[in-house]
Design a protein around this ligand. Sequence first.
Ligand SMILES: [Ca+2]
Ligand SMILES: [Ca+2]
Length: 437
Amino acid sequence: MKKLLTGLMIAAFAAANASAAPAPKSGSKRYIVTFDAKANQKDRDAALGALELKAAKHIATNGDTDQEVSVALVDVPAGQSLETGIGKAFCKNPQKCSMAVRRIVSIEADKRVKWIESAQVSFQAAPMPSFNGVMAGLSMPKAGAFVQNPMASAIAAQRKEETWGINRVHAPAAWPITEGKGVKVAVIDTGIDASHPDLSGSVDGGYSAITKTENPADYQDDNGHGTHVSGTIAGHRDGKGVVGVAPKARLYAVKVLDADGSGNLSDVIDGIVWAAKNHMDVANMSLGAPVDSEAMHRAVRFARGSGVVIVAAAGNSGQSVGFPGAYDDTIAVAASDSADKLAGFSSRGPEVDFIAPGVDVLSAKMGGGFASYSGTSMASPHVAGLAALVVSQGYVGLNGPDGVFAQLKKAATPLATQGLTAEMQGAGMIDAGKLAR
Ligand SMILES: [Ca+2]
Ligand SMILES: [Ca+2]
């Protein structure tokens, strides 16, 4: 069934989307058109050409299986819209229909086209960084805002390197056996500050889905969210600052969110496909939106089929789990505090796979130093680091992402905290000591 997703989510996120990733020319609207898995660039161009439309960009894997990604981004010029046709999609008199309506009728009829959705859906780093007060206008509760308690480097130097979260997942118990050496972890986020003392030398590459380049300057973090996430995954174990769950993992900065922590659906999809094509072992997605997307789901399935373990934040709405975490193909992570209680903002539902530390998590701060943030954004990278420890022990290629998930599950124990249901914590908290063999 073809479907057009429009309106609702755009309106809901309009306030936060004002400065999201640059895309179409002013006034024009961008759509994500998902084609049959086996449709190649020629097929996509032909289908669009028949509608007098051109692809602004192809996001495709161009293989020959049913798990391929075959997507074109299409900009519809100002004054015309695919959306306006929806209500009148069954226009009885084509001569009297607007160009927009005729387009929608004919694109619906094209067998190569499987799905059309607006690219204007906005993704948010979870939690929404509140540097500029962009929480205003969002439907997320304020509880999801991160708690920013910047800690001076001088103070950090006097405390132990292991934070409560690193200790809670018993990461130090695994380190004599594995520190995740050589495992490739994509941080699909706001970028990474590769000059941070706890991350320098660990960032091996990356991609900006916003500028469409692999230029390091383009995937430099300009928000802080991705740097903080990265510190929890792979901060150096050097006795100073903070340390990650898998300190010897290799990081790749896949920048899909801008300086405000917002990003477009099409860039998120582009980032997932990049991670798959570049043979990442693990991808952390501390971001989400409350809307399903056919193109994103296909990208996620392709990535999983390529051997990428995708770990995602459950969300900070306190309500249902966001996407991509809600897909079966991803590992969704809820957030706990240091008393093993569920964070009030942590989203819940049958899609939650694990719970991990996500309240007052100290990690690397963009520009140097350290900061404490809260959110399922902070919980997800604990599990991504744990997944890296599993991959380093040979589960990649053996059973792929399914094997990694099975190992994580075996090492998890439900928290005994009163009132904590499976919908809140999934299989529970993972113990790194049980992962290491
Ligand atoms: Ca360190
Ligand atoms: Ca999932």
